[in-house]
Design a protein around this ligand. Structure first.
Ligand code: FES
Ligand SMILES: [Fe+2]
Length: 395
């Protein structure tokens, strides 16, 4: 992208502006506010897995960017997203994290909404006669929710492209092995809050440079394969498996029950812009997503997928695979790094950090920082800026 010299701050380093990041983007509330407006309120956000609302009447609730949301599978088999807010006096309609319902009855004055969000019952409805109020004009307010390969996404943007277009054919094709080959369900869910900016993990998932230092086991047992940069800021890193150095007993377990269509040892990390990471390791798929809670707080969520009908033993093996390949490295090894980085970038006297390693090739076997730069290219496009900064506003 051409750089407008006017946008370059005086303190900018003398390197390609695509190769450094203004450290304030990790801490400044003004940057975060702008990201909420221009990224989170416009793009598709991972919301959950289809198995979390598998049958008609199944529902779950969540909060994204402070917005109370309700996801319910309707009589037509589609999952819909609504603001979880009663049209009467604004109470939450569903209070539980998940459940099954034939309709939603608001706990305050018992107004009732059907699974498609229509307002179908009001106690003492005749008292509204003559007020101009109608049930038809007051359904639950919906948001766009789309499902691809069992992955549910939501957007606050009525004008967003379809989810399939947003993901693009290459990402859908990559995820289809193994997700198209069986019916999956969440077998394990973990969430934890970290005192870091949401971009720290999004970047880390694309940073191969730290892996030998922070994740020596992962690096040794998991040699990198080719990477691919795709449209809209999404990327794929293929991974292999190398048993040397892995305890044989552990190895024997984590290569069992390979998922449909997957060769033992094949794997990938799919990083979706802005902030979801889907990992395949032979016998387990995991989805790691983040909910930004503020400029310096993020809720990390991790879902492990298994195949419907798996025995408990098989579930345990998939969970062990996930812990071995992904969760433990992130939770135990990366999390302290994330926190140290977040504290470090708060330093006023250090204005930028560097993502200058390697070439900008869109595929190859040596990724360097190009997956990071590609992520930042998508960030700049969304934010409408020419450098990895809001320097004009912040200086
Ligand atoms: S607030 Fe929901 S019925 Fe009154
Ligand atoms: Fe890491």
């Amino acid at each position: 992208m051409a750089t407008n010299a006017r946008t370059l701050p005086l303190w900018a380093p003398k390197i390609d502006p695509a190769r450094w990041v203004d450290n304030r983007v990790y801490t400044d509330p003004r940057v975060y506010e702008r990201e909420v407006e221009l990224i989170f309120n416009r793009t598709w956000l991972f919301a959950g897995h289809a198995s979390e609302a598998r049958e008609t009447g199944d529902y779950f609730t969540t909060t994204i960017l402070g917005q109370p949301l309700l996801f319910a599978r309707g009589n037509d088999g589609a999952v819909r997203a609504f603001y979880n807010t009663c049209r009467h006096r604004g109470s939450k309609v569903a209070l539980e994290a998940c459940g099954h319902a034939s309709a939603f009855r608001c706990p305050y004055h018992f107004w009732v909404y059907d699974l498609e969000g229509r307002l179908i019952g009001i106690p003492g409805e005749e008292a509204y006669d003559g007020s101009g109020f109608t049930k038809e004009e007051n359904p639950l307010v919906g948001l766009r929710c789309e499902e691809e390969l069992g992955l549910l996404f939501v957007t606050f943007n009525d004008d967003a492209p379809s989810l399939r277009d947003y993901l693009g054919p290459k990402i859908v094709e990559t995820l289809a092995t193994p997700l198209a080959g069986a019916q999956y369900e969440v077998v394990k869910y973990i969430s934890y809050e970290l005192p870091v900016n949401w971009k720290v993990f999004a970047e880390n998932a694309r940073d191969g440079y730290h892996v030998p230092f922070v994740h020596p086991f992962f690096r040794k047992a998991s040699p990198p394969g080719p990477y691919f940069l795709h449209d809209n800021g999404h990327a794929v890193q293929r991974l292999g498996m190398d048993p040397s150095g892995v305890e044989p007993e552990l190895w024997a377990k984590i290569v069992q029950h390979t998922l449909p269509g997957v060769e033992t040892g094949d794997g990938y990390i799919v990083t979706l812009f802005p902030d979801a990471t889907i990992t395949l390791r032979s016998n387990v798929v995991s989805i790691d997503s983040q909910r930004a809670l503020g400029p310096s707080t993020v809720l990390m969520e991790s879902r492990v997928l298994g195949i419907v009908g798996d025995s408990q033993d098989v579930r345990d093996i998939r969970a062990l695979g996930h812990a071995t390949w992904f969760l433990n490295p992130v939770e135990l090894e990366d999390a302290p790094i994330f926190i140290g980085q977040q504290q470090g970038v708060a330093a006023k006297g250090v204005r930028y950090s560097v993502i200058a390693r390697g070439a900008d090739a869109t595929t190859g076997t040596r990724g360097d920082d190009n997956r990071l730069r590609q992520w930042w290219t998508a960030w700049r496009a969304a934010m409408g800026v020419e450098i990895n900064s809001l320097a004009i506003e912040l200086d």
